[in-house]
Structures are given as C-alpha cells and as structure tokens.
Design a protein around this ligand. Sequence first.
Ligand code: DC
Length: 228
Amino acid sequence: MEHKSIAIDGPSGAGKSTMAKRLARELGFIYVDTGAIYRTLGLFALSRGVDPSDGEGVKALLPAVSISMNYGSDGLQHMYLGGGVDREDVTESIRTPEVSDAASKVSAIPAVRDFLMDMQREMAKKHSVVMDGRDIGTVVLPKADVKIFLTASPEERARRRYAELKQRGIVETYETVLADIEERDARDSGRAAAPLKQAQDALRVDTTGISMEESFQLLLQTVQEHMV
Ligand code: DC
C-alpha cells in the first residue's frame, strides 16, 4: 500500500505537536515528532559536556550516539538514548528549556541534519505519517501529500508556552519565554542548513487569536480539502 504523508512545519510554540498528534489520531496515521530527535541529540551533547553550538565537538560525538524511538501503548512517541537493555528513556527529560536551547543549536549543524535524515525518512517509508518539524515539507519529505505551515505571532506562542511550562511546574517569566522564542525563531530561520521556511506549495494555517479547538478544525478542514 502506498503510504500517505502530511508535513507540518512552523516555528516553536505554534501548537504543531498537539495538533499533529490529534490529526494523526483522526486519520489513523502515525505521528512523528522530529523535534524530539534533535532534542535527544541535544541532551546527549549536554550529558557529555559538549557545547551544543560547537559544530566540530558535536560532529565528533555522532559515531558514539545511539538514538531510537518507539510508540508506547499510550500512542506516545518514546525517545531513547543508548543501545540494548541499558538504553535510557529520555521522553520526559528532553522537555526542559535547557534541552530546547541545545536542540536548536545542534540542529544548525549540517552533519547533524544529515545524520538524522534517514531515521525520519524511514518512518515515512514504513507508515502513513503526520510528521512535524521545521524542514519536513522543504527537505525531509519534499513529496509529502499535504504540506502545512502552522504559525502564530511570537506573543501568542509565548503566552501558550508560558502557560504550558507553568502547568508543568517550570518557573519562567513571560518575558523570558518570549525572548527565548524570538531567539529560537531567529536561529531556526536564519541558519544556513535547512532553515525554517514555508515550502512554496505549503498551505499556511495561522492560529493567532483562535482557540486550540478552532485551530484544529481549521487544520483538519485544510488537510481534508487537499488530500487526494
Ligand atoms: O519542535 P521542537 O521545539 O521540539 O524542536 C526542537 C529544535 O529542533 C528546534 O529549535 C529546531 C530543531 N528542529 C529542526 O531543526 N528540524 C526539525 N525537523 C525539527 C526540529
């Protein structure tokens, strides 16, 4: 059977993962969170005491890293570091602001992007997927059946991220969250290697000022209209 793929790209905090996850459930596809893969590598660099923005240092780590993923009975994408029985489930620990920052830094390194490419493409070869990231429609799956560019203003994204962090007991001010988002936007869009940008044939879904539920209905409708 020919597998279908839906690419969802956009800046951090646009609601990609929440909505991609729900869309995948609705369509019976697998949800692939590619940011989690970069985060896992970012965590690995931090754990080895390597500066995530040190291109040569991170490149030297690649032969030693073993990243894998699977889907729990909860449908959640679990990320692992290390091989065999000693592998560590890092699904939770990659969700801190330090790891967000490290992921954004390692993801700007071309050798890192090449290293992680196969893992992402393999998923789309084996399954029908909703895959979210920054370069899915432009680089990873240029022939995706539907490409979405999901976005919202930086202030709206900061408000949502602030509320989410607060709920998880992580203390940050709104101003810090907004500054982090703006810094990551600039880095993700400004880098030379596979920068965040809207693919020419991507459909733009802007969720500024609308609820998560309204955003999801807009996304679902857009996908249904364009999926052949
Ligand atoms: O989506 P996220 O916040 O979990 O992603 C973490 C970082 O990884 C983000 O700053 C950009 C990077 N990333 C990327 O460069 N390409 C992807 N396909 C996914 C994430």
